[in-house]
Design a protein around this ligand. Sequence first.
Ligand code: NAD
Ligand code: TYD
Length: 386
Amino acid sequence: MATTYLVTGGAGFIGSNFVKYIAGRHDAATRIVVLDALTYAGNAANIEAEIKSGRVEFVHGSINDTTLVDSIFAEYDPDYVVNFAAETHVDRSITGPKIFSETNVMGTVTLLDAAARHWRLPDGAWWDGKKFLQISTDEVYGSLARDYDEAQPIDIPETLRELVSRRNDTPVSFGKKFFTEQTPLSPRSPYSAAKASADMLVMAWYHTYGMPVNITRCSNNYGPMQFPEKLIPLLINNIQEGRPLPVYGRGLNVRDWLYVDDHCAAIEAVLEKGTAGEVYNIGGLNEKANIDIVREVIALVAEYTGTEPRYDLIDYVTDRPGHDMRYAIDPGKTAAELGWIPMTAFSEGIRRTVKWYLDNRQWMHNVISGEYREYYRKQYKQTDRP
Ligand code: NAD
Ligand code: TYD
């Protein structure tokens, strides 16, 4: 029987990539309903082709709107709820934390509550084939130490290296520890604290009511259609505009970069094969220090545009308060149980990503609204530049 997906936040970065991924892999019998509030980060144009072709039903509204969410369950009877909808930018959570709890916590509760009302039978059992998937983040685990020197990162552990043996790279690590699904939650920013709260509520619906749920915790995604407040698209845009490239602190913080299509494949695997009540970590096995990303993006923009590399734009600015030092995911459980591995080496994914933004300057132009310019001016005022 055909499946109906309710994708909340489907006009944002990962959500819109996921919508395209599912639309491209399933025939028209598979229904995709997107619920998105179109905040500053949401862009319906990302999925315009799918909406116009009738492949996607688009509902403009909030996951906090109980009446609307109920009406969507009643009308479309979704099999899968994939909850991407969230406020997602750590820096914004520092300057304006309240909306992060409203959307990320209360919005998730509204969805859980509606799903329970529509998916639960009078005897307390659940309709077959239903699943609530909460898209969470590695940031709920807190911050790992960076035990290795910038100049001498080490090979990742043998067991993890085997997972990506078909990949054309030698992944490195900047520390001894990795996040596993057993790592205690220890969020440190208003963003990650709200995401961790939502995770605990999702698990409460599983334990209390038996709701079929999964949680995925992924590392930093990169790829097409990411809002340019996040590091990689911000760099590409600023290089093209000849603007400074703000590097927080000394640029030594480490993130584990996951190509967005690899993430979409993992989400599909969890929906189809994940055991109810389980958490799955999804990482790219692509640890990078921020400054190395900055240098790589500068070099690639120069290569693709045939211009001089703009290392002169690198601008060390005041560090983010409470800046988590290192994130690194051990995706071993997801690989062993679901057969998923992160196939995209960073060297390959970053080429595709830079090229996409250079080929889609109009997209960038359209998303950089007045609101974003105002945010940017406030966020980077310490650099004393426009
Ligand atoms: P994004 O900011 O690009 O998109 C968020 C989307 O949610 C936007 O389309 C926005 O309009 C929508 N939205 C916000 N509030 C809403 C509301 N009340 N009702 C309905 N829609 C609403 O985010 P993203 O990077 O695509 O992240 C998607 C999910 O993945 C989030 O839950 C985030 O916490 C998680 N995540 C992202 C990353 C990453 O690197 N981008 C890493 C780990 C986890
Ligand atoms: P970001 O893309 O905001 O993702 P997250 O905070 O969720 O990891 O930032 C990625 C890293 O890049 C993080 O260590 C902060 C750093 N960063 C900068 O150095 N300069 C910037 O202008 C931004 C946006 C981020």
